[in-house]
Design a binder for this molecule. Structure first.
Ligand code: MBD
Ligand code: FE
Length: 247
């Protein structure tokens, strides 16, 4: 980054924070509480969580735009490559309703992209991400897969219920102190990539989730909200002419 860029952006941030301090007549007690808070935020390792929740959405909107959304703090590279039929790695007794997600990877122009790679991750039904939090086994609910020759893919996983941020640390403390909830709508994360294309970082959400309109991370866009169709059994899926599932 050039000296000029740093001076412009950081200078403006400093000015705007000073303006807020001024406008709200911040006291010394509040100043010291903020200092103490920011130190503890770092000690707890929650800076990525804090920044991604409060600021990534603006950076994302400027730099990625339609069809994309924020990555968030819990992507882990090198997830296992899956074999067809695709099933995200999960415990034998993984909690949650079975979800069959199928779709087509397309370019922004609408052309299917054969062989596109989907790198997918999600929290378990109790809101824990593998490789980041205690609980799930390594790479639980994380995997990489490829779209077929028509750009199509199908993967089995669990429906992600409404999600709350990790609790017990400075982030929860701040949200509580402000009287704000700590929920995101349930979501699936993806990085979709293909040779010759800019990768897309995105998430998918589900109609009916009570936090679609109040995501603490401000990362919902209407084009990312799917509707679920309920199947009573694999046979019932087949009767409706859907692809034979793999239970
Ligand atoms: C998450 O799981 C997440 O997706 C975001 C954006 C922020 C915090 C936790
Ligand atoms: Fe997430």
């Amino acid at each position: 980054m050039s000296t000029e860029r740093v001076a412009t952006v950081v200078g403006d941030l400093i000015k705007r924070i000073n303006d807020a301090i001024d406008e709200h007549e911040v006291t010394y007690d509040e100043y010291h509480a903020a200092m103490n808070y920011l130190i503890r935020l770092g000690e707890a390792g929650e800076w990525p969580l804090f920044l991604d929740v409060f600021f990534e959405h603006t950076v994302e909107r400027l730099n990625q735009g339609e069809g994309g959304t924020i990555e968030g703090p819990y992507y882990v590279p090198d997830a296992p490559w899956l074999e067809r039929p695709y099933v995200l790695p999960q415990r034998d007794d993984e909690k949650g309703d079975v979800l069959i997600l199928s779709g087509t990877v397309r370019s922004t122009g609408g052309r299917p992209i054969p062989g596109a790679v989907l790198d997918m991750w999600q929290a378990d039904a109790d809101t824990y991400y593998s490789n980041v939090q205690e609980g799930p086994p390594p790479y639980n609910l994380r995997g990489r897969m490829t779209a077929d020759d028509n750009g199509e893919f199908e993967v089995r996983t669990i429906v992600p219920p409404s999600y709350h941020l990790p609790r017990g640390g400075p982030m929860e403390e701040l949200l509580n102190a402000a009287g704000w909830h700590d929920f995101r709508p349930g979501h699936l994360h993806f990085i979709v990539s293909a040779d010759g294309y800019t990768p897309l970082i995105t998430q998918l959400y589900f109609e009916g989730d009570r936090y679609l309109d109040s995501d603490v991370a401000s990362a919902v866009k209407p084009e990312l909200v799917l509707s679920l169709r309920k199947h009573d059994s694999p046979e019932e899926m087949e009767e409706r002419g859907l692809k034979k599932p793999f239970f």
